[in-house]
Design a protein around this ligand. Structure first.
Ligand code: PLP
Length: 391
């Protein structure tokens, strides 16, 4: 009887955590693991952020906070959005949440129900589809193709809208591909959306400060005509190497801000106070830590792309953002998940098979280059030897 609870046959998973568990188990047995699987910066959180959090505990910030977050942090989020994007946001529209993921959980829960369609990127972050299916809504994939630089096409996205579409999820810079959708495409999408005033947008911009080669990240928040139906997802996890702090934020349109707050009150109550004080120091403190991490990621990106392209049967487009490469391994003739699993079991190199991010991910691997240059080079040596051995 307990195994028939409604909806749980439809909820999915994030296989990156399963790969992490398997890699850890192999590591515990003595195998030398190089983790290019999980999507988290390998840097420690910058010391001034850690210090601020420790100080907040000593200063007695041990209690509940407002459900939508402490006022100074919400104000700091608005100041940061103004500094980066030149937009005005009211702190009442900002909600501090326990990790970026929680914004997608809340937004999809609000819009999803049987009879409704929700569009999401494929390949894309697996939780989008999982949560859409959990609510009983129909998931409608937006193809993110290699030949388009893993960006979405405005025309194709608009053509997928029906009278059942309630929410469109967008993600640029993107996981798992590192694709960055160009500003012209975003302009065209926003212009086309004027004909669909009842469709809301969830823009996942968690990698918004992570682009290379001077590529512009065009935030959906910069379009005033969308503000009454845009939910922005962002957070500290990737930009400030704070994945384990569980800290993120959303910007909600006026009509949804109080609903989001009620979801918080009914579940997590508030984000732990210490993490919020750490997040405040991150936004108010020096930003060189962000540019230093990005400089390291840029060097690693060059290395990983060069080495992947040198592998027999592998090609890899240069990703414009985030810290993922998405090499095309289709010529190797092995299903990508099988390839990722063989690579881990035989060489200790953890990657994620593209199908874990959607059906269009077949033929690709996600390689997270959040690891040192020497370990990335060693991983590529092992990958090369593995391919040569199998012939
Ligand atoms: N959105 C995307 C596209 C991600 O890749 C991730 C994490 O990998 C998240 C959201 C979730 O971030 P957080 O760890 O802050 O929940």
């Amino acid at each position: 009887m307990l195994d028939t609870i409604d909806g749980f046959d439809r909820i999915g998973d994030e296989n990156a955590f399963a790969v992490l568990a398997r890699a850890t188990a192999l590591g515990d047995k003595g195998m030398d693991i190089i983790n290019l699987g999980i999507g988290q910066p390998d840097f420690p959180t910058p010391p001034h952020i850690v210090e601020a959090a420790v100080r907040s505990l000593r200063d007695g910030h041990h209690g509940y906070t407002a459900a939508n977050g402490i006022a100074p942090l919400r104000a700091a989020v608005c100041a940061d959005l103004h500094r980066r994007l030149s937009v005005e946001v009211d702190p009442d529209n900002v909600m501090i949440v326990p990790g970026g993921k929680v914004t997608m959980f809340a937004a999809i829960l609000m819009f999803g129900q049987p009879g409704v369609e929700i569009m999401y990127p494929d390949p894309g972050f697996p939780i989008y589809r999982s949560m859409i299916e959990f609510t009983g809504a129909k998931p409608v994939p937006i193809p993110m193709r290699e030949e388009s630089g893993f960006a979405f096409s405005a025309d194709e996205t608009l053509s997928l809208i029906t009278n059942k579409t309630r929410l469109i999820i967008l993600n640029s810079p993107a996981n798992p591909t590192g694709g960055v959708t160009p500003p012209e495409e975003i302009d065209a999408l926003v212009a086309g959306l004027e004909a669909h005033p009842n469709v809301a947008i969830l823009s996942d911009e968690i990698y918004g400060q992570m682009t290379y080669d001077g590529l512009e990240h065009r935030s959906l928040l910069t379009y005033p005509q969308l503000r009454d139906r845009l939910i922005l997802l962002d957070g500290w996890s990737k930009t400030y190497a704070m994945t384990g702090w569980r800290l993120g934020y959303s910007v909600w349109p006026d009509a949804l801000a109080d609903k989001a707050r009620k979801l918080a009150v009914n579940s997590w109550s508030c984000v732990n106070a210490t993490a919020q004080h750490g997040g405040l120091a991150a936004l108010e403190g020096p930003q060189d830590c962000v540019s230093e991490m990005m400089a390291a990621f840029e060097r690693r990106r060059a290395l990983v792309v060069e080495r992947l392209n040198a592998l027999p049967g592998v090609t890899c487009a240069t990703p414009g953002g985030a810290f993922y490469a998405f090499p095309n391994v289709s010529a190797l003739g092995t299903p990508a998940k099988r390839l990722a699993s063989d690579l881990l079991e035989k060489t200790g190199v953890a990657t994620i098979g593209g199908p874990d991010f959607g059906t269009l991910g077949e033929g690709y691997l996600r390689v997270s280059y959040a690891n040192s240059e020497s370990r990335i080079a060693e991983a590529m040596d092992r990958f090369e030897a593995f391919l040569n051995e199998r012939g």
